[in-house]
Write a protein of this length. Structure first.
Length: 418
């Protein structure tokens, strides 16, 4: 069964790789078109219906881009659609969410110290909240608030802050930040799938039928694209935050997330203004710096106590404890790992436990058996640079213990985080 644990880890890595690649493509295209739209300049020699043009140089050549405010007089022979970057990013992100936070939910999703939830209940909240977010947001955009974009953005910010607080009341810190990112990313991709693309298809259908397209469809798509532009940077932060306990392990992680959303606005406002006028407002840099200082200060607030000694061990963990070799592994981990993976670390340069993983009690070690096996048993990932001089025979002991334990468990238990 240990072979499956390795394969499952590689599957997660592959999906993460795909997610990052497609996210880069989507974000790059989004930023490019927003910048292009803002840099367009009028020209009296433009074709009928054209709004503006932009000349660019890249890759040894010149590019001449012309934008039609609604549509050209006739349907072009070749038309490139920009949609699959968004769809693939969301689908791969959803798959990664399932792999890490649903399959491994007992470790990464549910915090029994916060809420008495079963894994099934946690998964239902996880999935349901993403759907809820889109429905509420879409309703607001179609309401009268859609005509007042600034107020709409303020309301959306309030919803995001409330969701961050709500997630933190039931999920682990890591899951809180990740789900807030997924909540936002779902809105962004749904904007593309349910609004931007359908409206563009209506315009294309009108052109093919010889009708003059209605300008309102472009206006709707523009509003949703603008929202996506301002939400992109915070989503990236939230997706990366699971690697940094200073971001997710603070009891104020939801406040940190709220400040990051504000930073996304100040940063994008600078660049959007610069693309439009040639000069960005300098006050945005000061505002961004002050917000980031506030984030750093909040991160030093008391970290969430993720102690699990009071929790009953699962059947899976009892098997690991009862498997021959556990006592030796326990001593190895305490001697080689716990100086950094502790609630109060005592290794210079490591102020808090990496990734918020604690390895100083029996409960800690048993709950992280799989991670110990992968990071310090069959690979040399931990300790970094082998600073605690873990011996080859100690790594072999960890691997042998884990492999013996998983052989006593069913396939389903291994899939759930063994």
């Amino acid at each position: 069964m240990h072979e499956f644990a390795i394969m499952w880890d590689w599957i997660g890595f592959a999906v993460r790789w795909l997610h990052v690649i497609t996210a880069m493509a989507w974000i790059g295209a989004s930023f490019y078109f927003i910048a292009l739209d803002l840099m367009l300049r009028p020209n009296t020699n433009l074709p009928n219906g054209a709004y503006g043009e932009e000349w660019e140089v890249h890759g040894g050549g010149f590019y001449h881009t012309v934008k039609y405010l609604v549509a050209p007089d006739r349907m072009p022979e070749h038309l490139t659609w920009h949609k699959w970057q968004s769809y693939t990013t969301w689908l791969s992100g959803a798959a990664l969410l399932m792999i890490i936070y649903w399959v491994g939910g007992e470790l990464y999703l549910i915090d029994a110290n916060k809420a008495d939830l079963t894994l099934t209940q946690g998964i239902l909240i996880s999935a349901g909240s993403l759907t809820f977010g889109w429905l509420v947001y879409d309703f607001l955009c179609k309401s009268k608030l859609g005509e007042r974009p600034t107020i709409l953005m303020v309301v959306l910010f309030g919803i995001l802050v409330a969701m961050g607080w709500g997630y933190n009341e039931i999920f682990t810190g890591r899951a809180t930040m990740l789900h807030l990112g997924a909540f936002t990313a779902t809105i962004m991709t749904a904007n593309v799938f349910f609004q931007i693309m359908p409206n563009q298809r209506i315009v294309v259908a009108d052109l093919m039928a010889g009708r003059t397209p209605d300008a309102k469809y472009g206006k709707i798509a523009k509003l949703r694209s603008t929202h996506n532009n301002y939400l992109t940077l915070p989503v990236i932060f939230l997706m990366l935050s699971n690697h940094y306990p200073l971001a997710f392990a603070s009891q104020y992680n939801w406040v940190i997330a709220a400040l990051i959303f504000l930073m996304g606005v100040t940063i994008r406002h600078y660049f959007n203004t610069m693309h439009s006028t040639g000069k960005g407002p300098l006050w945005t840099w000061l505002a961004t710096a002050l917000l980031f200082v506030a984030v750093m200060w909040l991160s030093t607030a008391p970290l969430q106590d993720r102690s699990e000694e009071t929790l009953a061990l699962t059947n899976r963990e009892q098997v690991f404890e009862q498997t021959a070799g556990y006592d030796a592994v326990h001593d190895i981990v305490l001697g080689r790992c716990s100086m950094c993976h502790a609630r109060e670390t005592f290794y210079d340069g490591v102020p808090i436990a990496p990734k918020g993983v604690y390895l100083e009690t029996k409960s800690d070690i048993l709950r992280h058996a799989r991670e110990i096996y992968l990071q310090a048993g069959i690979t040399r990932a931990m300790p970094p640079a082998n600073v605690t001089y873990i011996e080859p025979q100690e790594r072999a002991a960890i691997a042998a213990w884990y492999q013996a334990a998983v052989q006593e468990q069913s396939f389903s238990l291994v899939l759930n985080g063994s």
